[in-house]
Design a protein around this ligand. Structure first.
Ligand code: 5AD
Ligand code: SF4
Length: 458
């Protein structure tokens, strides 16, 4: 009889890349550890951290502080910190947190089983950044899941002046296409439906590959695979969003009618100081081109307010850009100085009060734009991929439209993982309510008209 496995609990902070990395951690440890969602029974407690803003780092530090009590109660439990804060802090973290056993960086995931074994006898730090992508990546979707996150590249070469990512995730590296295709095929053979390709800047995919293949060609290859219903990708850098890629929206059937395109600021002066390599005009031109290809496409973005030197006039430019681009969703942040980055040492840092006040004004404006976009969906039926049941009731389901909005509706839990038709009945400031209309037959999943997101008649 085999020994029962020990238990690992993984707390994930940050972006989808971290979610994918946590799934990797679970997989590389799977021989010895089974995942648990109950921290109090963990033999190994891992925190996958985010360093993008000071606040995200503070959350990690406060969780680490509060875990002292659990560690005292369960001294045999190993406590490890991985991800971007681990990469940034290394030894310093071990020195600052006496009850911590293990620190591993963004490239340390694949050495995790060995590091954990060694951490039983001696505290461990591994923050080496490797050249290239680690070989033999394991699968990383949950068995039975209809959705998969597939990492296609790691690192970033852009050095936006506010951003810590190039320092904590290393240089850009593209994963060979054959590996990506094989992973997606395996996922589809297991019944998967939706794939999200991940990278810090997927538009520059392909640089440095032994057999060059650009991102649009990778999308075309994947879109042909039998069974792929939905294809998404994140994140795109506007400077690398080519006309060829824009042209694929509305052309490739699985490619969802949504693009996340971080703009960061509407002011050319600020964009230059951020080292973003595009102007407001370039950005809006790309948005217009995208909408000409696919009129119903929905756009989301990231915006930073209070970048060093940002004046009220610069901020006004951001407000007018948000209005002109009509984002369906915007993730808005107060600028946060990060270690090693160029912007952290720029003069004219904006005060906390001004940042907070600008953020509130931007959020007000964006809320009204988002609500108007959601209201336009009411009264029509849309294709929805059911993602899960709500915590409140197992008859409450939640899913996503191809255009990326979340909708909550009543239905049986057996629909999770299925494509269904949902009529939108109510629009709330940040969510939709709907009525389940039908399960979809493959024939009804075709777009209603070219260039139109898949709206379904009841
Ligand atoms: N301060 C505030 N927001 C930041 N982001 C990245 N670095 C910072 C920073 N130093 C935001 C950007 C990016 C998103 C993931 O996080 O908008 O697109
Ligand atoms: Fe950071 Fe810029 Fe790279 Fe995005 S493109 S990860 S914002 S440096």
């Amino acid at each position: 009889m085999s020994r029962p496995k020990k238990k690992v609990y993984i707390k994930t902070f940050g972006c989808q890349m971290n979610v994918a990395d946590s799934e990797h951690m679970a997989q590389v440890l799977a021989q010895e550890y089974a995942l648990t969602d109950r921290p109090e029974e963990a033999d190994l407690y891992l925190i996958n951290t985010c360093a993008i803003r000071k606040k995200s780092e503070e959350k990690v530090r406060s969780l680490l502080g509060s875990l002292k009590a659990l560690k005292q109660k369960r001294p045999q439990m190993l406590l490890g910190v991985g991800g971007c804060v681990a990469q940034q802090e290394g030894e310093r973290l071990l020195a600052a947190v006496p009850h911590l056993d293990l620190v591993f960086g963004t490239h340390g995931i694949y050495r995790l089983p060995e590091l954990v074994r060694r951490a039983f006898s001696k505290r461990q730090v591994d923050v080496a950044l490797m050249e290239g992508f680690p070989p033999a990546l394991p699968r990383r979707w949950r068995p039975g899941s209809a959705q998969a996150l597939v990492t296609i590249m790691q690192g970033c070469n852009n050095f936006c002046s506010f951003c810590v990512v190039p320092y904590v995730r290393g240089r850009e590296y593209s994963r060979p296409p054959a590996e990506i295709v094989a992973e997606v095929q395996e996922f589809l053979a297991a019944g998967g439906k939706e794939v999200t390709l991940l990278g810090q800047n997927v538009n520059s995919y392909g640089r440095g590959l032994s057999e060059p293949l650009a991102f649009p060609q990778l999308l075309c290859k994947l879109a042909e695979l039998q069974g792929l219903e939905r294809l998404r990708f994140a994140t795109s850098h506007p400077k690398d969003l080519s006309d060829e890629l824009i042209g694929l929206f509305g052309e490739l059937t699985p490619l969802c009618e949504h693009l996340h395109l971080p703009v960061q600021s509407g002011s050319n002066r600020v964009l230059a100081a951020m080292n973003r390599a595009y102007t407001r005009e370039h950005y809006l031109e790309k948005v217009a081109r995208l909408r000409r290809c696919l009129p119903g496409v929905s756009l989301s973005t990231d915006i930073i307010v209070g970048f060093p030197g940002e004046t009220e006039a610069d901020f006004q430019e951001t407000l007018t850009l948000a209005q002109e681009a009509t984002f369906q969703q915007a993730f808005c942040f107060k600028y946060s100085p990060r270690p090693q980055t160029r912007a952290a040492s720029l003069p004219d840092q904006v005060t906390e009060e001004v940042k907070a006040e600008r953020l509130a004004r931007l959020l007000d404006l964006q809320d009204s734009i988002t609500l108007a976009a959601l209201q336009r969906l009411v009264g029509q039926a849309w294709e929805v991929l059911v993602e899960g049941v709500s915590k409140r009731s197992d008859q409450e389901l939640s899913g996503r439209l191809r255009t990326n909005q979340v909708v909550n509706f009543s239905g049986p839990p057996k629909l999770v993982g299925q494509l269904v038709s949902v009529e939108i009945t109510e629009a709330h400031p940040h969510s939709l309510k709907g009525r389940w209309v039908a399960e979809l037959s493959p024939a009804s999943r075709r777009p209603v008209a070219e260039g139109t997101p898949r709206r379904l008649s009841c």
